[in-house]
Design a protein around this ligand. Structure first.
Ligand SMILES: Nc1nc2c(ncn2[C@@H]2O[C@H](COP(=O)(O)OP(=O)(O)OP(=O)(O)O)[C@@H](O)[C@H]2O)c(=O)[nH]1
Ligand SMILES: [Mg+2]
Length: 575
């Protein structure tokens, strides 16, 4: 049985969603899954729901959930390994039953190193396969072995050479693997040819399908949210030309597990269904986007700066957000722990407030469907005042990860947003002092540990200074009747001085441009020179922003060109 079956999810949400939940369980019941058994907690004790009335039975006789149970506030715990329980945002019960075969699906990994692509910073084939192994593990598969081939070009028919295909066939038989995962995206033609060559007992999967499946597993708990729909759309786009027996979300949903050999007619029907679903998803996504755009516009009117955490998956973005804001965002040693962009309020020591947004992590060879699909959710990054590019500096492939992230940021058209590089996990480096020294000699780089808190106050000082760069200097007299403006300046700007006089509060501060414009009528009348200064400061701020963008581009170029202070050197040191 395929990996995704091993981790198939039955979502039985709130009472309103009872019918789809039951339907999902009935589909589950039709599957020859080896183990699926549930206990429900009521009060302090655990009840066995295996024999509850109206419980659909799994084919092998193990029990499934009591879907008719009226009290949806029970917590449900499964005997299956990967069962998760979560509360939905309204406080209702929202549980997901991952059902896992006791033995994990076994898989064999295959990669190609293109001779011409063996670049300086790029992921080498071995590191890439190692990462693929982590992805497989995250998806619930057990890796039994791997192989790779050095090639001038990939074989357009079978991705790898024909001799290698035979070698893999033998390795698969020897290791008891049932799935072969390729480290690059396979074309529909390669997929068909490999299927033929490897035989029908072997299932095929590629990096893209695996990543999409992980996203789909994660997104399924977020019903109704944009992510779930964008992932489904991305998956559908990927599957449309590949409706064969490659394991897929659709196959899971169809409940048949019999996509192979079902005949052209059925494939045509499925294509039509899939296209219809994609059209609906696009409409839904557009609706959510419009809604979010309106929300962002409202937020822009009250200009609290937004700082976005971006970076490679597992770099420690959520951990940083948690440490900085005492938030409780899921952070775990798994790839793609975060799908929802969570935003939290952070108050700096000077009283300035900013919004910090955690975002979905990037990965090398990120499926194009996902970049396109996540464009909608990543729009928030575009409008951020500042990006914090979080790097796991203790990772042996840190330099390649930085390149991969810069590539995606460029794809998204946000490479010009001012950026601070945050070298995280310095505590996990073998020689933190060396890494700190390298960071100090680089521009726009701060060394921190989200786990121990090291460097975080310096980071926030740098954030404040960077934000101030993009602000405008004002000197205003605010009458006491408009005291809320003073609060707003404190919240959104950096206050130099505030003095209480007879006519009101005299404030010197740096504030975001929209607020500066609103404050224009309150500029001190006596300060004609002040106006000039204001205009100069505005021009200087614009120059500084342009220079910062230039410096960032220069930085990136220097890095790409192998400047004298390469992170690669830092991580190659005996850290
Ligand atoms: N040693 C060390 N570990 C850290 C640090 N920051 C995060 N981690 C660990 O790194 C793992 C990943 O952290 P997350 O915060 O989930 O990473 P993320 O960037 O949000 O990952 P995605 O959501 O998957 O993109 C977790 O196991 C963290 O405990 C750090 O400063 N030092
Ligand atoms: Mg995260």
């Amino acid at each position: 049985m395929a990996a995704c079956f091993a981790h198939g999810r039955v979502s039985v949400g709130s009472a309103q969603q009872r019918a789809p939940g039951r339907c999902a369980l009935q589909k589950l019941a039709a599957r020859p899954s080896r183990l699926f058994s549930l206990l429900a907690r009521s009060g302090d004790g655990w009840e066995d729901w295996s024999d509850a009335p109206n419980t659909p039975r799994v084919a092998n006789g193990a029990a499934a959930a009591a879907v008719e149970e009226p009290d949806w506030r029970h917590e449900v715990q499964g005997l299956a390994k990967n069962l998760r329980v979560s509360k939905d945002s309204e406080g209702g019960t929202d549980w997901d039953a991952f059902y896992a075969d006791e033995e994990r699906e076994r898989c064999f990994l295959v990669g190609v190193q293109l001779k011409k692509r063996a670049g300086k910073h790029g992921y080498g084939v071995q590191e890439s396969l190692e990462e693929l192994g982590r992805l497989a593990d995250t998806a619930g598969l057990e890796v039994t072995g791997s192989t790779f081939q050095m090639l001038e070009d990939v074989n357009p028919r079978t991705y790898i050479g024909t001799g290698k295909v035979q070698e893999i066939k033998a390795a698969v038989a020897n290791t008891g693997a049932t799935t072969v995962i390729f480290d690059d995206e396979l074309s529909p033609g390669q997929l068909r040819n490999l299927e033929r060559a490897l035989g029908e007992d072997v299932r095929l999967c590629d990096r893209t399908a695996l990543i999409l499946d992980i996203f789909s597993q994660r997104a399924a708990t977020r019903e109704g949210k944009l992510q779930a729909r964008t992932v489904e759309l991305a998956q559908s786009e990927y599957q449309l030309p590949r409706l064969t027996r490659m394991w897929s979300h659709l196959e899971r949903q169809s409940g048949s597990g019999q996509v192979k050999g079902m005949g052209e007619k059925q494939i045509e029907v499925d294509r039509r269904l899939l296209k219809g679903r994609m059209a609906r998803l696009r409409r839904d996504i557009e609706e959510v986007r419009t809604h979010r755009r309106a929300y962002r516009e409202r937020r822009a009117a009250a200009p609290i700066p937004v700082v976005a955490l971006v970076g490679y998956t597992n770099a420690g973005k959520s951990t940083l957000l948690n440490t900085l804001t005492a938030a409780d965002v899921l952070a775990e040693d798994k790839l793609f722990a975060t799908l929802d962009p969570t935003t939290r309020r952070v108050e700096l020591s000077g009283g300035q407030v900013l919004l910090m947004t955690d975002t979905v992590g990037f990965i090398q060879k990120l499926p194009t469907q996902l970049v396109a699909a996540f464009r909608a959710t990543l729009e928030e990054i575009k409008e951020a005042s500042l990006l914090l590019h979080v790097v796991d500096v203790s990772h042996p492939s840190a330099a390649a990860q930085i390149d991969a992230v810069n590539g995606v940021l460029a794809d998204l058209g946000v490479e010009n947003v001012p950026t601070l590089n945050v070298w995280n996990k310095v505590d996990a480096c073998a020689d933190p002092a060396v890494v700190r020294a390298v960071a100090e000699r680089r521009e726009q780089t701060v060394c921190v540990s989200g786990l121990t808190g090291e460097g975080l106050s310096e980071l926030m000082e740098r954030v404040s200074a960077k934000l101030q760069d993009s602000m405008v200097a004002v000197h205003v007299l605010i009458p006491y009747s408009q005291g809320e403006l003073v609060d707003e300046i404190h919240r959104t700007g950096v206050v130099g001085s505030a003095e209480f006089g007879a006519a009101g509060t005299e404030v010197r501060a740096h504030v975001p441009l929209p607020l500066a414009q609103r404050l224009q009528p309150l500029r001190l009348a006596a300060a004609a020179a002040e106006e000039e200064q204001w205009l100069e400061a505005e021009a200087a701020a614009a120059d500084a922003a342009a220079a910062a963008a230039g410096a960032a581009a220069h930085d990136a170029a220097q890095q790409a060109a192998g400047g004298d202070l390469q992170l690669g050197q830092a991580v190659e040191l005996p850290l």
